[in-house]
Design a protein around this ligand. Structure first.
Ligand SMILES: O=C(O)CCC(=O)C(=O)O
Ligand SMILES: [Fe+2]
Length: 235
């Protein structure tokens, strides 16, 4: 498959890939989602890999920050979802085996057998719903020698203005381009994906990766996000 990456921004590092998902794939995902009860989104302290030592830091809160509804869709659920993960692995040039549970023999040099990718998260927004500016990374527990954190985010837009959606852009308020002081706004377009890096190449967190989902003004917004960790997803 031929993927064309368009650079939307260098700080933060944001790339756009149109037609990443086909119409059939979108229908399949929404259909699967239809069979899942969407629950109200929570925000959690994603970096608190506290290994159960301090469960209080892992409390997930329903807040006004995130008013959308979401559900989780596993790679193993269907061959189509598996193909989406493989494509995401190609896009990020990460071995697809790192994005699933591995046997002892697979990639023995990589510590740990767990997937570095999280389960796909399907998000649904109704009018007025939004997700205010935030970072996708969190900070690991101080005792975690690996300091694992979310490294990259891929967002897949499943619908757009042709389905009656107005608003719901993804915005990067810390966008720097030397020309404007506006935030970078990405308009939902069915099948489009954006990839952005939550970490800098040196492993520090990228403050510029802060982003928000603007309120949906009319219609509904469907989106999937995929989070990839460095080096290991332990939560
Ligand atoms: O809905 C969007 O455009 C962004 C969603 C998001 O940032 C998130 O789920 O972490
Ligand atoms: Fe986010």
């Amino acid at each position: 498959m031929n993927m064309t990456l368009t650079v939307l921004s260098c700080a933060p590092r944001v790339f756009e890939i149109r037609n990443f998902l086909s119409e059939k794939e979108i229908d399949h995902i929404i259909e699967i989602a239809g069979g899942i009860k969407l629950s109200e989104s929570t925000t959690g302290d994603v970096g608190s890999n506290s290994n159960g030592k301090n469960p209080d830091t892992k409390v997930e809160r329903k807040t006004k920050v995130r008013t959308s509804k979401n559900s989780w869709v596993a790679r193993e659920k269907s061959p189509i979802l598996d193909a989406v993960y493989r494509r995401a692995a190609d896009l990020t040039r990460i071995d697809e085996a790192l994005m699933r549970t591995r046997s002892e023999e697979e990639i023995p040099e990589f510590d740990g057998k767990r997937s570095i990718a999280e389960t796909l998260q399907l998000v649904h927004y109704d009018p007025t719903q939004e997700y205010t500016a935030h970072h996708d990374f969190g900070y690991s527990h101080i005792d975690d020698n690996m300091q694992a954190a979310r490294f990259a985010t891929i967002l897949f837009y499943l619908n757009d203005e042709h389905d009656g959606l107005v608003g719901g852009e993804t915005a990067f308020p810390r966008y720097i381009n030397g020309k404007t002081f506006h935030d970078l706004k990405v308009k939902p377009e069915a099948g489009k994906a954006i990839l952005f890096y939550d970490q800098l190449p040196d492993g520090n967190m990228d403050d510029f990766s802060q982003h928000s989902a603007k309120p949906v003004i009319r219609g509904e917004k469907w989106l999937i996000n995929l989070w990839i960790w460095d080096p290991a997803y332990k939560a």
